[in-house]
Design a protein around this ligand. Structure first.
Ligand SMILES: [Zn+2]
Length: 424
């Protein structure tokens, strides 16, 4: 990805640097050749180059670019199962994914980790973004997901004879689990996304307390993935599924809904990050009836929301690592609403705005394995910034309002916000 050449001074803003440290009221951030050269109090700033480009933060806030840690680039207004894989051909879904990627940057998200994708679209999306063919977040890829036969993601009945090969590799036993991971190695993915458990969305066969993979299958996935330098994560709601994942050596947990004491100990032992994705549950409860969800499904989402919120609070309190990501791309939870996750954690889960922002920046970068490059505003890191006309510590919802974004920068280049040249 190209970076800006020259010096930029961002001034007149409150610095929230992503480390979780105390914000600095009147700060200056100096960028040089796409990287952060200096950040701190205005009155302590080094002598400034008179030819430098100056960005006035208008008394607003200077933040690290946000990280969406559970991003499905190929989901697009999904309201029925077939929308996830067979509604459109892969060519059209690729274009939709490119539009979602651009939208994420416009929403202040300069990096994202894919939570699974139709075919290898996210792999090629990343290549196109890195090659500056179009604008999108710095991506960590997942490609196709892995689930046990008969599990949550195996919804096409056999009489249709279409399987789930586009979105999910269905496996029976550790041998097939290894074979599936080996396919992903060739696809060039970074995170293997699996389905250890079910979800409230499938109350009859794979609800949120059901297991969709065996420990042996999960362990085979981890062994094979780690051998090839890939990480493993999984959709984990049921307590037993979370435990299986942690004991099998998973590198992250998605949702972590029903965490008990043993799960919490295991999470802390290896500092395994968790991405709860709770606004999705809230949106399902609020808007479910509109989309024909049964009361049973909605009740399941309520139980999931209550359990997930409690688990997130416990993990935060115990000093674990939480990322912010939200499974956006469903009709009731569309792409573009990413920052609603942050507001939800402040207004409903009870996190402080500073805690949420640390999860959405530093922790996101840590989950991507790129904390040395992104996630905080510190000298030497890439100049990925979000400059917003407002104070998210007073009202986190300002991050939901793109019209308040002065600039969204990647490598010092303004990609979106008021200062960006229109892309189309
Ligand atoms: Zn997901």
């Amino acid at each position: 990805m190209k970076t800006h050449v020259g010096t930029t001074i961002v001034r007149n803003g409150q610095l929230i640097d992503g480390t979780g440290g105390k914000p600095i009221a009147n700060a200056v951030v100096i960028l040089k050749d796409g990287k952060i050269a200096w950040a701190g109090r205005a009155n302590e700033a080094p002598a400034q180059d008179p030819d430098a480009r100056v960005i006035d933060a208008k008394g607003g806030a200077i933040l690290p670019g946000l990280v969406e840690a559970h991003f499905h680039p190929t989901y697009f207004n999904v309201s029925a199962l077939e929308d996830l894989d067979i509604k459109y051909p892969v060519e059209y879904v690729t274009l939709l994914a490119a539009a979602n990627a651009k939208l994420a940057v416009e929403c202040g998200y300069t990096s994202a980790r894919s939570g699974g994708s139709l075919f290898n679209i996210d792999v090629w999306l990343k290549k196109a973004i890195e090659s500056d063919i179009f604008v999108g977040p710095r991506l960590a890829t997942s490609g196709r997901e892995i689930c046990g036969v008969g599990g949550l993601m195996d919804w096409n009945p056999d009489f249709r004879k279409i399987g789930m090969e586009g979105l999910v590799l269905l496996i029976n036993g550790p041998v097939e689990a290894r074979a599936a991971v080996r396919k992903l190695v060739k696809d060039g993915i970074e995170w293997v996304k699996t389905y250890p458990t079910g979800d409230a969305a499938a109350p009859d066969t794979n609800d949120h307390h059901t297991l969709c993979m065996t420990f042996e299958e999960m362990h085979a996935v981890v062994e094979t993935a780690h051998n090839h330098g890939m990480k493993v994560t999984g959709h984990c709601r049921a307590t037993e599924g979370i435990k299986n994942a942690l004991k099998a050596g998973y590198d992250a947990i998605e949702h972590g809904t029903f965490v008990d004491d043993e799960c919490l100990d295991l999470i802390l032992q290896r500092d395994v990050p968790c991405v709860p994705a709770l606004y999705f549950e809230y949106a399902s409860i609020q808007r479910g009836p509109e989309f024909g969800m049964s009361q049973r499904v909605i009740d399941g989402h309520q139980e999931t929301l209550d359990g997930g919120a409690e688990s997130a609070r416990r993990i935060l309190k115990a000093g674990g690592t939480l990322g912010m990501g939200g499974d956006y791309g469903f009709a009731w939870n569309p792409h573009g609403d990413y920052a609603r996750e942050l507001s939800f954690f402040v207004n409903f889960v009870g996190f402080s705005p500073l805690e949420v922002l640390t999860c959405a920046t530093k922790n996101g970068a840590k989950i991507l394995g790129r904390l040395h490059e992104i996630g905080t505003i510190e000298a030497g890191k890439l100049a990925d910034l979000l400059i917003v006309d407002g104070d998210p510590l007073q009202d986190i919802r300002v991050l939901e309002d793109r019209s308040r974004f002065i600039a969204v920068m990647q490598g010092g280049l303004v990609k979106a916000g008021q200062l960006a040249a229109p892309i189309f």
